[in-house]
Design a binder for this molecule. Structure first.
Ligand SMILES: Nc1nc2c(ncn2[C@@H]2O[C@H](COP(=O)(O)OP(=O)(O)OP(=O)(O)O)[C@@H](O)[C@H]2O)c(=O)[nH]1
Ligand SMILES: [Zn+2]
Length: 326
């Protein structure tokens, strides 16, 4: 969506210092490098799919501090056999089509890229046990809009409660959704995953691991138990991993409970609302677009009946989720 966000310190190319040789001379060094897709990251070791082999690699020194994350397309050299105890080297990270980032909380200025090249953010929320948290869903929607990912609401545990009330909350926002239960038919969800790179996010206990195990049984993600007191699940799985499905990938991010949204500006949220763009263009610079903000064109357009009040209300709700504390 906002192209400028696609570049940050992680993306800065390492440049040879000093030296009078033209830089292009240095480049063919890794002509023999092979393409790989990063499926897991664990303590400085990157599991990369090269052809059909899982190859474990480390980061080449020349890559410096730039990050490599699940979903990255990389170039590798060294031992690419995939045999046990071999270690290849990642010498290049290809340009990312999208980046999903997070800050630890809303006041943390440090952003971390968590997944690269994703197409879709699957927001998993239980209809009951634990109760759905619209504010959590709102925050995920904001993160998806900001990263340029398509959101998909996945409402689980439909054997425990009906989805109608929750869906009504999102009717005007209109994100695509699926309703699932562990003993139900998952073909609609599978259809949404077809050929795409999807990131799953959901708070603890919503049934994410159960879902992943049904979709990709060989993944054997650990399933926890909901604590009867807190309604929360035990933290049973830890590292992000990409699992192949339906010609695409799902990336399960067990450590990712929510998104800090400190890095997101109001206009990044507004970018998800094409129907409000024309009005917002008349706002003063850096308008926070909250109701009653002096000069905010949304209020003026609403008063003239030129905007859908429900859409403006939804957008403003998302904006305020940016300010709420986790
Ligand atoms: N009634 C009902 N319970 C479910 C359903 N899906 C999962 N559960 C239960 O919900 C609990 C939590 O499921 P998990 O799959 O571990 O949830 P999670 O989101 O992976 O939780 P974390 O591991 O904490 O991230 C388990 O006791 C599951 O058996 C469902 O469709 N209906
Ligand atoms: Zn405004």
């Amino acid at each position: 969506m906002s192209g400028r966000r696609y570049l940050d310190e992680d993306d800065v190319r390492i440049r040879a210092r000093g030296g009078s040789r033209p830089r292009t001379r240095n480049r063919p060094k890794h002509e023999d490098a092979k393409q790989g897709f990063v499926t897991a990251v664990d303590r400085g070791r990157y599991t990369c799919l090269v052809d059909d082999r899982a190859v474990v690699a480390m980061k080449a020194r020349e890559l410096g501090r730039g990050s490599i994350v699940v979903g990255d397309r990389v170039a590798l050299v060294g031992d690419l056999s995939g045999r046990p105890d071999t270690l290849a080297r990642v010498v290049r990270v290809e340009e990312r089509r999208s980046v999903l980032r997070r800050t630890a909380d809303d006041t943390d200025p440090v952003e971390r890229v968590i997944v690269a090249n994703a197409d879709q953010l699957v927001i998993v929320a239980a209809l009951a046990d634990p109760e759905p948290q619209p504010r959590f869903i709102d925050r995920c929607l904001v993160a998806a809009y900001d990263a340029g990912l398509e959101p998909l609401l996945c409402l689980t545990k439909s054997d425990l409660a009906a989805p109608d009330e929750l869906l009504a909350t999102y009717a005007t926002l209109g994100p695509p959704y699926v309703v699932t239960r562990r003993d139900g038919d998952l073909s609609e969800l599978r259809g949404h995953l077809l050929g795409r790179l999807s990131v799953l996010v959901g708070s603890s206990g919503v049934g994410k691991s159960t879902l992943v195990n049904l979709l990709v049984p060989e993944a054997e993600r650990a399933v926890g138990h909901v604590n009867p007191v807190t309604g929360r699940g035990r933290h049973t799985s830890t590292s992000a991993v990409a699992l192949p499905i339906e010609g695409g990938w799902i990336i399960d991010t067990p450590g990712l409970r929510s998104f800090g949204l400190a890095h997101i500006r109001p206009d990044d949220v507004v970018a998800g609302f094409a129907d409000l763009a024309e009005a917002v263009a008349e706002c003063p610079p850096d308008c926070p677009h909250a109701e009653g903000t002096p000069g905010c064109a949304l209020d003026a357009w609403l008063a003239e009946g030129r905007l859908d009040p429900a859409r403006v209300a939804s957008m403003r709700r998302l904006l305020s989720s940016r300010e709420a504390v986790d």
